[in-house]
Design a protein around this ligand. Sequence first.
Ligand SMILES: *Cc1c(COP(=O)(O)O)cnc(C)c1O
Length: 330
Amino acid sequence: MIKADAYGHGMAQVAATLDADGYAVARLDEARQIREQAVVKPVLVMGGVYSRGEVEEAAGLDMDLALHDEWQLGLLLDARPARPLRVWLKINTGMNRLGLPGGRAPYWIQRLAACVAVNGVQGLMTHLANADDPGDPLTQRQCRRLRDVPGAQGLALNIGNSAGLLGCAEARTDWVRPGIMLYGISPFLHETGGQRGLLPVMTLSAPLIAVNHCRKGDRLGYGGTYQCPEDMPVGVIAIGYGDGYPRHAPSGTPVLLNGRRVPLLGRVSMDTVMVDLRGLPAPDIGDQAILWGTGLPAEEIAGASGTIAYELLTGVTRRVRYEHVNQEPA
Ligand SMILES: *Cc1c(COP(=O)(O)O)cnc(C)c1O
């Protein structure tokens, strides 16, 4: 899964580094970008196509399409693209977001077999709604519903997202679609990738740009929500919500500075955050703080901020300078 700029990591760089049988994106625009990077492997567009023009473009880009409703399938029946497309039928097995009812599969498998725009139905896919909660019986039920779709025999099945792959044997199908785990993040609630032996790929860092010697009673930042309980050093780090650091991170959220956790103080600004430097020996202007990544799980920052690591990774803004390093895990 390299949608959303490879979960914020850079789609082109990830596709160039990550060996896979194929890649998947959510939208045709992303598919166009990935082919511009000279990626020749199969690319699945999970959202499919929404107009006759998009059918032609998808064919020109040699895409695999996941098709989730009858209207989309109807587009293909009338299309005469320059080359036929490979299609997957997306079946709704209980998430009730996108997908055909399983009972419609035999009809469409038959129609598409005779459709000149299509190079056969590659298989059936479905998406799991609650796989992040390993105790939820819906996951197994969804897997069984896909397997039992009439006409599924002989077709490839495609189920596992990260949580399905790690948590449910039935979701380990012919094709699988891992996303977040590739980037070293756990898909499960209340757990970090490290607990599964996954290493975070993204590290977000920023320099310390000021050390203020605040007095007892001083209030910090917008709204003055934090009041110093004593005379204390307060650091200012050059990152904020304008970079994708979550504005809702509360006072106390950890920041890693010189190998130690220091707590965030007061409100997150657009360009800066403040941290408590008490107990940190000799902090220096220019010291690099880690906001999440190696040594500080994004899952923990997400939890403190009332969101999930997916949102943090995909929310890093264009202002942040990316450095792609090729590094074998130690
Ligand atoms: C994003 C997505 C995935 C990957 O999910 P992860 O939780 O990141 O592994 C798989 N399938 C579909 C349809 C998706 O939209």
